[in-house]
Design a protein. Structure first.
Length: 212
């Protein structure tokens, strides 16, 4: 059009290009923002070499419940729907571990809780109303099959977890960030573990609420 003065519509073409570029810029900005949000809420996974190591530094811990330990669960208002299992988890030592008088590797029995066949359980946990908060959970990294569940805070799903040989032979700590909209002005939240239909949630050994 610029080369041929007999052709009309240069203004409209320029406006169309400007609108396209503007929409492209908005799409790039929105996509980048969405990606940053997803990255921010990506769970933080830590593999532990020993069950004796604390799930998180005590300086960050606001509240903590030991799953399967009756006194700790009672203090946190255990809520269960459907069938759950709180039989102690037996951790067998490696072949070169300490052995008893019969030469059998020493085992550790750890309290835990698991929801079965689509069941769920949860705890009422303390938070700080004016700070970003996270939920930190300890799992066994050697679990296999049929263990997919949602982590739910105040009836809103904040993450979905699948346990399937994530870290064989080790414990696994996973920290999930809680959206501020669920914690602002609150001093407690209900943290639940909801198994998907016919599947399991857990085992869960320790659940913590953490500050930054």
């Amino acid at each position: 059009m610029r080369q041929n003065p007999l052709l009309n519509g240069e203004g409209m073409a320029t406006a169309g290009l400007a609108i396209c570029y503007a929409f492209l810029a908005l799409a790039l900005i929105a996509g980048s923002a969405f990606g940053l949000v997803l990255l921010h809420f990506q769970p933080i996974v830590t593999v532990r070499v020993s069950p004796d190591l604390l799930p998180a530094p005590q300086s960050r811990v606001v509240d903590e419940v030991v799953a399967g330990q009756s006194s700790s669960e009672s203090a946190h208002g255990l809520m269960a729907r459907g069938q759950t299992d709180d039989r102690p988890f037996t951790l067998k030592g490696p072949p070169n571990a300490q052995v008893d008088a019969n030469g059998t590797p020493v085992t550790n029995s750890l309290p835990q809780r698991t929801a079965l066949r689509g069941g769920s359980f949860g705890y009422r946990m303390k938070i700080l109303p004016d700070l970003p908060m996270s939920v930190n959970c300890r799992y066994w990294g050697g679990e296999k099959g049929a263990r997919t569940f949602d982590i739910v805070v105040n009836d809103q799903i904040i993450a979905t977890q699948t346990l399937n040989s994530n870290a064989p032979g080790h414990f696994l700590d996973v920290e999930y960030r809680i959206p501020r909209s669920l914690t602002a002005g609150q001093d407690h939240v209900l943290v639940e573990f909801q198994a998907h239909k016919l599947l399991r949630a857990g085992e869960i050994f320790v659940c913590q609420t953490l500050k930054p």
